[in-house]
Design a binder for this molecule. Sequence first.
Ligand code: MCN
Length: 729
Amino acid sequence: MVIGQRIKRKEDLKLITGSGRYIDDIEYPGTVHLYILRSPIAHAKVKKIDVSDALRVNGVLGVITGLTIKFENRPNNFPMAKDEVLYVGHPIAAILASDRYTAADAADLIQFDYEELPAVIDPEDALKDEKKAVEGRSNLVYRKEYKSGDAERALSSSDVVLEEKLEISRVYPAPMETRGLLSVYQEGNLLIYSSTQSPHYMRRYLLSVFGDKVSDIRVIQADVGGAFGAKLFPYAEELITVQASIMYRRPVKWIATRSEDIKGMYHGRGQIHKVKFGAKKDGTLTAIVDDIIIDLGAASHGSYLADIAATMIVGPYKVRDVKVNVYGVYTNKTPLDQYRGAGRPEAAFVYERIMDILADELKMDPIDIRKRNLITQLPYVNPLGLKYDSGNYLKLLEKAEKAYREFEEKARELKEKGRRVGVGFSFYLEQNNFGPWESASVRVKADGKVQVIIGAAPHGQGTATGIAQIVADELGISVDNVEVIWGDTALIGEGFGTYGSRSLTLAGNAAVLASRRLKDKILRLAAQFMKSDVQELVYKDGKVINPKNGKEMSLKEVANANMADLGGIWVHREEPGLEATAYFGFDNLTYPYGSHVVMVEVDEEGKVKVLDYYAIDDIGLVINPMLAEGQVIGGVIQGFGETVLEEIVYDRDGNLLTGNLSDYAIPTAVEAFNIKWEYMEEGKSDAPIPAKGIGEGATIGTPPALIRAIEKAVGKRMLKLPVKMEDII
Ligand code: MCN
């Protein structure tokens, strides 16, 4: 059995030996480069875009302006400003030239005349609707109410009622590789190389836009240098690049510079929660009333993130009287979309702040108040209809409590020595395996090795290794003889991709089902070659065995017998292909859970140093603890960034003040710290591989634990992410 073992990532050799091929490494003869001129102003009427000087530059092939495409949940002027610019960074013109520097220089010659309009920046101002972010439209573009029980009445009979405004700032997903696309127009077909999380999804949406202009579109995912949720949904630049390659019948490459990426990549988070909550004297949470304002920027697409936060607002706690109002507003900012965790970190920030604030008000121990409210019977349908599936929340909480008590003891000793230290704790609920399904094909090659093709599209997680472990065990072969490939729409018919911590579970289970079908097929074929009855044969450890006469055939022998006799006639009855495809999905999302404990020290400058960190998760069956741990470590460090460093800041006029990586701080090796991770395997699903996802959990559990630790070190209530140095001193 290799499931459960810490096997090294099969994907890494190529990457660490410099053989990775990211978009910018892919060269196509005759490629021209696209540069996008972007709006320097947050909101304006377009008066004139004069490209005549740019067109005269040697090496410039053409300039595209005013391209608009009707696209769900995007306002007019998508993907390019035609009559109105809506945010700093909004594409205005695309310049096509022999190289990117010529294209960028020519962009400087484009005359862009505009009439400035008032910019809507603050989401609470946007809600007042006095100034419009998109001319002629209400700023309130999304509104939803979630309700269960009678929250107002429950509040009025509570012993304590509190009200806070909690803010989660906008962040930039900051992958190491910026976005990019190479679109090759070939004889009526398109070949796309993309830094995407979902080649199949990209193919589907490109077909919906350009399907009448080309006969087919093949999308290949190049190696991807990180995505974090932000390379899933369509982007303006992708449509512009493809349009350019069709118009000019050339391979067109577009690669974002870092400062373009910060303006152009969908920002994450951006929620305000005005939350009112009540409790009894013994700490029982009685009601939550939450008004969520989500700062959608210049497109309403991201509103689903507030729905996720709303329906998860009770987290792992038993409260039943709940009311959540969601207000999605347009602002003159970069459009908003998912960032690792996508709505669940926002919810956890709220329910865990509620727990800590109540503990302080009621002078209770933070663990005791959580225990009092924790759901103990699973499955459990939460008041807003989500079905939490399996696990033992209390058992996990008690394991984390041990770490908490130890950290508290250490902190007490350090505080006695005059150091400003604090300990924080969080318990969180994750929701993952967003579907609907995923695909996998398993085939035996002539060398007897097995190839697995998945519709998921990993990009750094190591999922291919996890799936190889699953298939190796199912087929009883060495993991070295299983190769997992993905990321090409020509390899497998349909798929969804990698997002929502789903790939291992959904593609892994699809691969198990496909492997089982393949084994049946292998037995049927071997029966012919071994001149046996199929019922007499057994499949074991990569071999077909006839226990009656001791004869056996290896996978390699079956594969070769199957392909022998080139030029002969077909004498076999069984269809030859040693390949099977299967699809797998759940009829409910899965709900892993976990807990984080952290001890920090703050210095007189307001810097936060993590002294100790403990995390525990229950994701059902852990396929490869090293890969899962890697996800936790990366997620904790990202959560640290979100809690103390990262914030997208606009000024009152909508100028982006954090437009490069000197002004927008992300954690580096200098800020990183050791993390101890443990796991529990009680929350299994009923799938053949009873695993749940781990790709996002740590980004949910980290901010509430960390902000609490800082709050305890500083002795001041903290209500906003990130906590800035000036909030600490
Ligand atoms: N795993 C395991 N046992 C389980 C579940 C998972 O051993 N029970 C392992 C898998 O084999 C895989 C990893 O953990 O190596 C994550 O698997 P999974 O939880 O299925 O998540 P996905 O592969 O679907 O990854 C998506 C998730 C998301 S949604 C974001 S955002 C994110 C993340 O992964 N973006 C990342 N992690 C990232 N890591 C990197 N390096 N880069 C990103 O852009």
